[in-house]
Design a protein around this ligand. Structure first.
Ligand code: COA
Length: 322
């Protein structure tokens, strides 16, 4: 049986860093509150004019270089994002044209913070079915664009960045399983209130921003991500304590700690980058993955559990050998 395997990773963040102390000067908050409630210390914020496609392109180039794959060899590009540059062409096509991969399929996957896991799951199927041999999967976001910078309950959390992986077929074990979930009953707990069809009227008035009921999101994220992690590990017959690494969605350190406890994986084997990056939505998992690959923590052949949770709600998990 042939697997889809990650053969290269890459990431990119904007140059500008916004620390918790910087935020103290902007809103009624404190470094201590943000660190103790979320784990975040600083985050990267896109410069004026810097877009999701810009960050995605940088991450894509790094992943292609790491994989030793030329853009012309790509069969498909899938981008998980909720902050596209334009309504269309989609971000995948914008990146395709810039890197010179013209002709291959390219599309975006709109599943909020779970966008990268959704994209990875789709890409994996194309490779396992033999319908694609080289697929670039990207998570890229500029969430700072739809945050209300006067709302302390959201602006301290979200940030910008991108991560990417290249997938290829392999006889050696790669992606073992992916599970995707969504539950629209929770659509009012985390959402952005404008869109093309519904209209941008409130956006034009400068009053439209991401809306979140943080407490409720927190509770359901812990419950559903724990269930998803336990289910995927059980199905594969792998105890959580045997995993080499968990690479979780970087939304809140307390959510991450609760899941690590539930699957009995010590925090020393959990990749945590939230202190540096904040919540970069669909970029969060591939960004953390690339950081841990490049600093030598994650090694070839190790077992990884990826998971993410976002607005909708959407969520998912993936189990793989790197
Ligand atoms: N600085 C200081 N105080 C703040 C604050 C900030 N940035 N944001 C909120 N507070 C205050 C609140 O006003 C509240 O004050 P009150 O008790 O006087 O009313 C108090 O802190 C507690 O607020 P609460 O919302 O209950 O805090 P919390 O412990 O639930 O933490 C979140 C808030 C947002 C950090 C947390 O709920 C969370 O991370 N939720 C999940 C979010 C998430 O993961 N979203 C993305 C999913 S992809």
């Amino acid at each position: 049986m042939s697997y889809a395997r990650i053969i290269g990773t890459g990431s990119a963040v904007p140059e500008r860093v916004l620390t918790n102390h910087d935020l103290e000067a902007m809103i009624d908050t404190s470094d201590e509150w943000i660190r103790s409630r979320t784990g975040i210390e600083r985050r990267h914020i896109a410069a004026t004019g810097e877009t999701t496609a810009d960050l995605g392109e940088c991450a894509a180039r790094a992943a292609l270089a790491a994989a030793g794959v030329k853009p012309q060899e790509l069969d498909m590009i899938i981008v998980g994002t909720t902050t596209p540059d334009l309504v269309f062409p989609n971000v995948g096509i914008l990146i395709q044209e810039r890197i010179g991969a013209n002709g291959c399929a390219a599309f975006s996957c709109e599943a909020a913070c779970a966008g990268f896991l959704y994209a990875l799951s789709v890409a994996e199927k194309f490779i396992r079915l033999g319908e694609a041999r080289r697929v670039l999967v990207i998570g890229a976001e500029t969430l700072s664009r739809f945050v209300d910078w006067t709302d302390r309950s959201t602006c301290v959390l979200f940030a910008d960045g991108a991560g990417a992986v290249v997938l290829a077929p392999s006889e050696e074990t790669g992606i073992l399983k992916t599970h995707l979930y969504a539950d629209g009953r929770y659509k009012d707990l985390l959402y952005f209130p404008s869109g093309v069809s519904k209209g941008f009227d409130s956006l034009k008035s400068g009053k439209d921003f991401v809306q979140m009921r943080g407490n409720e999101v927190f509770r359901i994220a812990v419950r559903e991500l724990s269930r998803a992690a336990v289910r995927i590990l059980d199905e594969a017959g792998i105890p959580g304590s045997d995993l080499d690494w968990m690479v979780p969605h970087q939304a809140n350190l307390r959510i991450i700690e609760a899941i690590s406890k539930r699957i009995e994986l010590p925090m020393e084997r959990v990749v945590v980058t939230i202190q540096e990056h904040g919540n970069t939505s669909a970029a969060s998992v591939p960004l953390a993955l690339d950081v841990a690959v490049r600093d030598g923590r994650i090694q070839r052949g190790q077992s990884l559990l990826l998971e993410a949770f976002g607005g909708g709600f959407t969520w998912g998990a993936a189990l793989l050998r790197f």
